[in-house]
Design a protein around this ligand. Structure first.
Ligand code: ZN
Length: 283
């Protein structure tokens, strides 16, 4: 049976929280969704949203458990996922990310839609990086597995699996109920996103709670439906592109039509997603 989930809305003046497992919480606010794991002696966090929300986020985490926040993993380099890094670091939290996240952040900071936002402070940067995968043993029975995902939303994405809790944080590889943004200038591709979701589904059972980068906390079925949608739209665009259709002609064919109402109301509109897919597909 799937766990009941109620989401913390970080930006609200009055905070509430909901358990999605005895040790795992999802905090939902203005930026990317945050995952919180409460171990026996310490807390582990996935992503840090925006800098101006940190105080609110920390208050919420403190209200869940009064323990040190030992580690924070960034799922990728966008500012709505790394914005609070400095504030966490100032409290003694060690920031972890894929090597590509560090390489990108040293040069340039990008917002959630890939617009350049200048340089960031050194204190924002991850202190520990990895290239393939990472395993954290928070206490004897709880492993946290961090897997790098190749060229999906960006080239430095990771997904985080809380194995004992059967909770998976997908970062922006999964936009639940929305069309995804694929940041091609940062190495993202549609085929990489589909491959990443297929990889993630290998970890999932029917019971897995799936925290998306954006959108409400979901299930394995939500993730499968998302994969099926991406694959269908990708195949339609690929076939049309192969037949020599232009981007404008393919947009006019409306290859996203079944999902325009359900998925096209957020920031990435149907034509924007079609364009991202079109440009990231090589024939
Ligand atoms: Zn992102």
């Amino acid at each position: 049976m799937a766990r009941a989930v109620r989401i913390v809305r970080i930006q609200c003046a009055k905070h509430s929280r909901s358990t999605i497992s005895p040790h795992t919480y999802a905090l939902m606010g203005r930026g990317g969704n945050i995952g919180v794991f409460v171990g026996a002696d310490e807390i582990f966090v996935v992503d840090s949203q925006y800098e101006d929300l940190t105080e609110s986020i920390l208050e919420t985490i403190d209200s869940i458990a009064s323990k040190p926040i030992r580690f924070l993993v960034n799922t990728h380099s966008h500012s709505d996922h790394i914005g609070g890094n400095s504030n966490f670091a100032a409290r003694g939290t060690t920031i972890i990310a894929h090597q590509k996240v560090l390489e990108r952040l040293i040069v340039q900071n990008f917002d959630s839609l890939g617009n350049p936002r200048g340089r960031i402070r050194k204190s924002h940067l991850p202190k520990i990086t990895f290239t393939d995968q990472l395993e954290l043993q928070t206490d004897p029975h709880h492993q946290i597995l961090v897997f790098h995902i190749e060229k999906a939303h960006t080239d430095g994405d990771c997904i985080v699996y809380f194995s004992a809790e059967n909770v998976l944080h997908m970062g922006d590889v999964f936009f639940n109920g929305r069309f995804p943004f694929i940041h091609q200038e940062a190495g993202g591709t549609i085929d990489g996103v589909i491959a990443a979701v297929n990889q993630a589904l290998i970890l999932c059972t029917e019971e897995t709670v799936v925290i998306p980068g954006h959108g409400v906390v979901g299930t394995t079925t939500d993730l499968k439906n998302y994969r099926n949608m991406l694959q269908t739209i990708r195949d339609r665009i690929f076939k049309a592109k192969k037949r020599g259709k232009s981007l404008a002609e393919i947009i006019a064919q409306n290859p996203t039509k079944e999902w325009n109402t359900s998925h096209g109301q957020a920031r990435i509109k149907p034509h924007m997603f079609v364009e991202d897919v079109f440009r990231s597909l090589s024939l």
